[in-house]
Ligand binder design. Sequence first.
Ligand code: IMP
Ligand code: MG
Length: 194
Amino acid sequence: MEDARKAFGSMGNDIQDILIPAEALQKRIADLGRQISLDYLGLNPLVVGILKGVLFFMADLLRNITIPIEMDFIAVSSYSAEARDQGYVRLVKDLETPIHGRHVLFLEDVIDTGLTLNYILQNLRARQPASLEVCVLFNKPEHRLIDIPLKYKGFDLPDQFVVGYGLDYREKYRNLPFIGLLNAEVLKSNRGSK
Ligand code: IMP
Ligand code: MG
């Protein structure tokens, strides 16, 4: 584990602990891919990812899905910190694919309060897909404000700020291949941003 951090120089130094090593991520994602392949056999699902955090998860998951799928993306941005706290987000990139009557599997990197995801799901549901399920890699149950059924879940995480494997702190650390806990000093020096 020590070596995994060392390879990333100053970014590695900012990581206090590796919570989930790269190998464990890949193993769990392979399991999820197998299950999804069974559940969606013959349904030609549209797998929708939310940028940017889902990038690595989506790329690895899709390569473990052995049935035909299509993929699409959405991107959102917060109007303001207050708006974000209530879950209001602006769709800055919408789907290119009409989803009416389609089986949609929504991929999310991490769910904390659930407010953002709830808002997006309402938007997608209004387009009347045949089904709409959620696959989340990291679930943080302690801050959940809205109950969202998660059909597929990778890992439960404690209420701590983590980075890596797509997750950022101020747009940094996304390219770490593991999930790490940021040093308290790094967070302290820059409080108040997601
Ligand atoms: P929520 O579920 O609406 O509270 O928001 C989840 C969003 O907060 C995610 O899409 C991430 O952008 C961000 N987020 C929550 N927890 C973490 C974390 O531990 N590291 C990095 N980003 C996080
Ligand atoms: Mg973020």
